[in-house]
Ligand binder design. Sequence first.
Ligand code: F6P
Length: 536
Amino acid sequence: MYSINPTKTKAWKALLEHRKDIEKIHLRDWMKDDNRFSTMHVKIKSVLLFDFSKHRINEKTVKLLEDLFNECKVQSSLEDQLSGGKINVTEDRSVLHSVLRDPDIEPLIIEGQDVREISKIESQRMYEFAEKVRNGSIHGYTGKKFKNIVNIGIGGSDLGPKMAVNALKPYSKKGLKFYFVSNIDGSDLNECLLQVDPQETLFIVASKTFTTQETMTNAEVAKKWMIQNMGDVDSIKKHFIAISTNHENVSKFGIKKENIFRFWDWVGGRYSIWSTIGMALCISIGSDNFKKFLNGANLVDKHTREKPFKENIPQIMAALGIWYRNFLNATTYAVLPYDQNLDRFPAYLQQADMESNGKSMDRDGNHVNYSTGPIIWGEPGTNGQHAFYQLIHQGTELIPTDFIASIFIKHPYKDNHEKLLSNFLAQTKALALGRKNADSPFRKFEGNQPSSSLIFNKMNPFSLGALISLYEHKIFYQGVIWNIFSYDQWGVELGKEMAKTILPEIQGAGIDETHDPSTKGLLNHIRDLSNRADNN
Ligand code: F6P
């Protein structure tokens, strides 16, 4: 992939100059232009409308950001990714999650295998399995149908399926309940096990590596629980399936071959919802809907590959993020779904975005001299309006936001929905325009807080696929501009390693005297209290 320090580009320098002009202008002034909306929105037919007119930009800003994209060769970097180049250099891997959602892809050989072929076979296996769970022809050890699906996984092996199953609740098969156990905190699994009947419970152990401490610990406890309840080790063969790249470890765990679903190194954990990691979602919404979910993502893949910058939604999203982060010094970016079923979407995006672009080394191993990924956060509206919106409206931070909503609904409460949408519009308007004249300084609103609006026709499997794909591409483009490796995640390793060495100390082994004083003091405190007889 082409590597350039973005601050060395002509466009970057021009943007720094241009910022001085933009800073003088308030969104109130931009909004006096009647053509503002018509020139600053993009539609993807019958799916969504993306409005970016409530941003602190003008045509020149858009042009300069486009120049930046061109100088950093963003489009050719996308082609490097899609053609299977090992763009995840530090892990020596290709990045091909988009293959999983492309029905027309040409044969593509990676490490001796046609990724198109192997992924089709595996998806087909997932579809067949999911359908059999749904119709009861695959059932538990005692012959009872599965009513509870428990996904044990963490990070990318949890957040994607959990978010998507939630988002598409209206499409879920009646009578099935979904649980997502991720935390090493035993109360997570305990809460779940207290609620489910083992005879009716299918565990999906989802782990790319099949070594992750949280997942392996929880899976072992669940396995013991199942064997204890059924009185037969063989029950594991009926009640456990695995999604993993590590077949050796899965087999050792005791899961039978037919119940192992593969994915590959070229699918990153946080980009794996399109693979067999989507099993819980596929069981929930069925294979036809799952295919629609993939098609929605594929539509956006094509859109972003083909459209010029000004009509290219992920590129504009990425460019706006760069503009605020690097030129107007925004440190955070809020994602606010006006859709209760999308309540896990901000958490999902936190991993997708922050694990990808939370980097400070450029692709040549030098410390960057510019800011990279912002803090991503958010909660569904209207809940946030009665909480943290205060700070966005009247605090001291510039906080760009994405507002997400749909027009058509799957519940019968039209009045609720009209009120939801009126709040959506009111908030984006209030943030942009503020209130100049008020009877007291405390009731004034500065305004000038920018937002994008993503309005879907309806939130169905197709739209959800499109929504996720928009953000995946946005994240990729930003990583290209920041000249960082978006597809590795070395920053999560150090804490894991330290936890491994501290565990024996918690369990009673001698305490390492070379620990820093704080860690040593806390360790002693934990051990002292844990050893007390009255610990109940
Ligand atoms: O710790 C971070 C991470 O490696 C994520 O990138 C990944 O999604 C998660 O852990 C889970 O990993 P696995 O699927 O291998 O259990």
